[in-house]
Design a protein around this ligand. Structure first.
Ligand SMILES: [Fe+2]
Ligand SMILES: [Fe+2]
Length: 293
């Protein structure tokens, strides 16, 4: 039977605070909510940046008492975006211009989803330390940077984000883990984002082999930032498990099993995952469960 550990983080316990600080924090969560509920790319980015600036500005704050969190169905994506099942997406061959364009578009899609994912974890789970919210708003701001770099690069291919079909594989995991912080941390930063650490070095090799140094330079920046995003996943999974007095590795694999149902995909990049806080025993266990072995 799967544990249901989220209740503690949805009670929103607040002790006291100054009115000004409360106002700032109300604005902070309003910005996050607006970014989540916007179907405009520009507004999503603008609101994320405002939330980030505020989180950097206010050194002492507490979460507003009685903060209302709306169901995840309120989160919106651009209307123009066409989502199809991952297996129906056309194959991307980096050797052609069309292949490179759809490759860059696909990464831009991952990064746009990553903005919403980082905002959603900050928005949805209540009653956590200030640093929890600061960390995930920091990540959302990084994801905006990644998305904008890729959109600027797509212009060189006469393409805009939304021109190609995409898949909703990333966001569907956020929906499934809407009410469970341990599941969210296990599956989103520590599985889906961590897959980026596994697959990006091979992509970089291919790009350098094709002499596509411009795309490679963007992916180098993204890869380095993503190590810290996965590390935040480890840090907060550790924190929540300690609070709940449960063992991190057991909780992680319980959720991996429950949500992925034996579909764990490797191989895994040990050095980068170690930097992101995975233990040797977690990596060995992941390797044992790798469906492709
Ligand atoms: Fe990213
Ligand atoms: Fe990320």
């Amino acid at each position: 039977m799967k544990n249901k550990q989220w209740n503690k983080y949805t009670t929103g316990a607040v002790k006291s605070s100054f009115a000004k600080v409360l106002l700032c924090m109300s604005n902070l969560f309003l910005y996050i909510e607006k970014a989540l509920e916007s179907s405009s790319l520009d507004e999503t980015i603008e609101m994320t940046r405002k939330a980030f600036a505020l989180s950097q500005d206010v050194s002492q704050w507490v979460e507003p008492e009685g903060r209302i969190v709306k169901p995840i169905q309120y989160v919106k994506f651009p209307d123009k975006l066409v989502c199809i099942p991952p297996r129906e997406l056309p194959r991307r061959r980096l050797g052609t211009e069309a292949g490179r364009r759809s490759f860059i578009h696909a990464i831009a899609h991952i990064e746009f989803n990553a903005i919403k994912l980082a905002l959603d974890i900050a928005y949805r789970f209540k009653g956590l330390p200030k640093q929890f919210y600061d960390d995930w708003i920091f990540v959302a701001n990084d994801e905006c940077k990644h998305f904008e770099m890729l959109c600027a690069h797509l212009k060189n291919y006469d393409c805009q984000y939304g021109d190609n079909p995409s898949h909703d594989g990333l966001w569907s995991m956020a929906v499934k883990t809407e009410e469970d912080l341990i599941a969210r941390l296990s599956l989103v930063p520590r599985y889906l984002e961590a897959r980026g650490l596994d697959v990006t070095p091979a992509m970089l090799e291919k790009l350098y082999a094709q002499k596509d140094n411009a795309t490679a330079a963007i992916l180098e920046v993204i890869l380095e930032d993503e190590v810290s995003h996965v590390e935040y996943g480890t840090k907060w999974l550790d924190y929540v498990c300690k609070q709940e007095n449960i063992e991190r590795e057991g909780a992680f694999f319980e959720n991996i099993e429950h949500y992925l149902k034996g579909q764990v995909l490797g191989p895994f990049n040990r050095p980068l995952r170690l930097r992101a806080g995975f233990s040797e025993s977690e990596l060995s266990e992941l390797e044992k469960r790798d469906k492709r072995r």
